[in-house]
Design a protein around this ligand. Structure first.
Ligand code: SF4
Length: 359
């Protein structure tokens, strides 16, 4: 069996596009020993293409307003009991200052998908961050028009996260009434053409998902050549239509993460907050199975509980009182180092230069 696993891993690693059958075989590995072969292979690929560093990203969840119906998400309009908020420009800038002070050189501005949010207001926030701080700005605010994406790019945004959750059109459409798979793809393509470093990702544990559909998610990541990919488990939220469903299997998340590393080689992959919510051990295992990015949460405590996307979130913090030595000791325990660089995409710069012409 071990030889079959190693042979399949080599085929998947060397293929221009790995076969679905090979990916489903590896996604179905069950025993600890079998999975360790996969994780060690992914760890070597991570070491070769990304090095030893763990990149830091500081996330600010600046608004929990969302008009979308995603039935698995606590921010969806299904959750009427949620108190909605949006931080002011000054609150965001103060938080970016705190994050910058901690030597974090990427800020992620994240919110639900709010059609009422004024694009010019966010452009102004981006310009103000750009004027005061030397750092990368990542946006994660959902589907917008090409013009809006262009406006934010011109204002100084560098990166954009837009998870697809599943590359299966039928699962996507069944989970997102009123939304459109083709529009999601178009948004991802527009972001790429505009020269953003683009992040995508999927969720493990969706209704209707199988190892074959997850295999096709990984093939989709490879085909789209994303700069960043976030893979996390579904965690049921009692105030949503899927509140009684089973959570995603964290070990399947790890296998998906490891295979995504092996297939995409140098995409930035976080060990996600959702995975960490199953325990610190799972977060650490993510870093031993191909991850190279740590997300640190800087959302102000006054609104943190209202960013109630799923229950039991285990944020990783680094506040004024934290000594960064604990972070270094943690990285050291994984035989890794903390990387304070800006952490741009490791993909070819050529595409991004060419794409600038599209703006
Ligand atoms: S997943 Fe995103 S778009 Fe969907 S309800 Fe949640 S915050 Fe809104």
């Amino acid at each position: 069996m071990n030889k079959q696993i190693t042979d399949t891993l080599n085929r998947v690693h060397n293929a221009l596009m790995p076969k679905t059958a090979d990916l489903t075989f590896l996604l179905s590995l069950k025993t600890k020993e079998e999975q360790q072969i996969l994780f060690r292979f992914a760890d070597q690929v991570r070491q070769k293409h990304c090095g030893k560093g763990i990149l830091l990203r500081g996330i600010i969840e600046f608004s929990n307003r969302c008009a979308n119906p995603c039935p698995y998400c606590g921010l969806s309009f299904h959750n009427h009991s949620l108190s909605r908020y949006q931080l002011s420009k000054n609150e965001i800038l103060d938080t970016v200052d705190r994050l910058h002070h901690q030597k974090i050189r990427t800020v992620i501005l994240q919110s639900g998908e709010d059609p009422q949010m004024d694009p010019d207001w966010l452009a102004d926030v981006i310009r103000s961050i750009r004027a005061r701080f030397e750092m990368a700005i990542t946006l994660s605010v959902g589907e917008k028009s090409l013009e809006t994406y262009r406006c934010w790019k011109k204002a100084g945004a560098d990166r954009y996260l837009l998870k697809i959750e599943t590359a299966s059109r039928s699962i996507y459409d069944s989970l997102h009434p009123g939304m459109n798979f083709s529009k999601r793809i178009l948004c991802l393509k527009n972001l790429t053409k505009l020269g953003y470093q683009v992040g995508c990702g999927n969720m493990i544990g969706l209704i209707g998902q199988t190892t074959a559909t997850i295999a096709r998610d990984i093939q989709f990541f490879k085909k789209m050549d994303f700069d960043m990919i976030a893979i996390g488990p579904f965690i049921p939220h009692s105030k949503t239509p899927h509140g009684q469903e089973k959570p995603g299997d964290p070990e399947l998340v790890l296998r998906t993460l490891a295979l995504t590393r092996i297939v995409t080689k140098n995409s930035h992959l976080p060990s996600t907050t959702a995975l960490a919510s199953f325990g610190n051990d799972l977060k650490n295992q993510g870093f031993l199975a191909g991850a190279n990015v740590l997300m640190l949460n800087f959302t102000p405590p006054s609104v943190l509980k209202d960013y109630d996307i799923y229950p039991g979130r285990k944020y990783t913090y680094l506040d004024e009182n934290d000594s960064s030595s604990s972070l270094h000791a943690w990285a050291d325990s994984l035989n890794r180092i903390i990387d304070y660089s800006i952490g741009n995409s490791l993909k070819s710069a050529t595409t991004q230069t060419v794409n600038q012409q599209y703006i």
